[in-house]
Design a protein around this ligand. Structure first.
Ligand code: NAP
Length: 247
């Protein structure tokens, strides 16, 4: 892989998978812009770690559910970097609960952050990528979007929706040099999974043939592969990075 001279925007880059993705893209030579919701301290740490790898880093506070903020963010990236060649839709949240007790606002909030936010970022980036006749988009879905999960109807619906978005956009944009793929991580060791109860964690581990939770770097390497200029004939795919969980 070689991402020298590439420019990337990663949503939710301040922590967890997003930070690991920023670092991997930077390690391969890309200049990296990323957004975060509110954790400025974590964002500054990601930016510092990217710069230490010798690339430019641009942290931007942006709520991906707000179309105007998303447009301002992509405009800033293009102004600062001169192009936007890689988009990674990674920002996401959970609001877990069983179907019968799930509040409608928790359903909408998760759909809004995980699915609508990705749509808005993809649309804004696609305008730039169509002019460039080049782009690599990677949407971070989940094995939960492929198989469902009790207590996560909202999250599973958002991640399954992201797969439909990925395949539709891939068909629309393929003739213009733009690929759109999804990565479906299994259970990865981040703040999000740290919130699981010990019992839920044990139950998840039992489903993973590899016998361990994933490391954020496991996912980041898959994203960098899909973001590589040489991956141009690979589009509309869903790559599970899950230790064999969804076989
Ligand atoms: P995380 O540690 O909770 O980090 C979430 C990131 O998203 C943070 O950078 C957060 O910013 C940002 N964010 C949240 N809402 C946002 C919004 N409205 N606008 C902009 N940024 C927002 O999560 P993670 O575990 O790294 O997960 C990252 C992605 O991978 C998510 O889409 C998640 O669904 C997916 N995923 C995770 C796992 C897993 O096991 N961890 C498995 C499958 C898929 P702040 O730091 O400012 O809050």
């Amino acid at each position: 892989m070689n991402l020298t001279d590439q420019t990337a925007l990663v949503t939710g880059g301040s922590r967890g998978l997003g930070r690991a993705i920023c670092l991997e893209l930077a390690r391969q030579g890309a200049d990296v812009a990323f957004c975060y919701a509110g954790n400025a301290q974590a964002a500054a740490e990601t930016a510092e770690a990217c710069r230490a790898l010798g690339v430019r880093a641009l942290p931007l506070q942006c709520d991906v559910t707000d179309p105007e903020q998303v447009k301002a963010m992509t405009d800033t990236v293009v102004k600062e970097f001169g192009s936007l060649r890689i988009l990674v839709n990674n920002a996401g949240i959970t609001r877990d609960g069983l179907l019968l007790t799930m509040k409608p606002e928790d359903f909408h909030r998760v759909l809004s952050a995980n699915l609508t936010g990705s749509f808005l970022c993809l649309k804004a980036a696609a305008r730039v990528m169509l002019k460039q006749r080049y782009g690599r988009v990677v949407n971070i879905s989940s094995v939960v979007g492929l198989h469902g999960n009790a207590g996560q109807a909202n999250y599973a619906a958002s991640k399954a929706g992201l797969i439909g978005l990925t395949k539709s956009a891939a068909k629309e944009l393929a003739s213009r040099g733009i690929t759109v793929n999804a990565v479906a991580p299994g259970f990865i060791d981040t703040d999000m999974t740290a919130a699981m109860t010990p019992a839920a964690r044990e139950a998840s581990l039992a489903l993973i043939p590899a016998g361990r939770l994933g490391d954020p770097a496991d996912v980041a390497r898959a994203v960098a592969f899909l973001a590589d200029p040489q991956s141009g004939y690979l589009t509309g795919q869903v790559l599970a990075v899950d230790g064999g969980m969804s076989m």
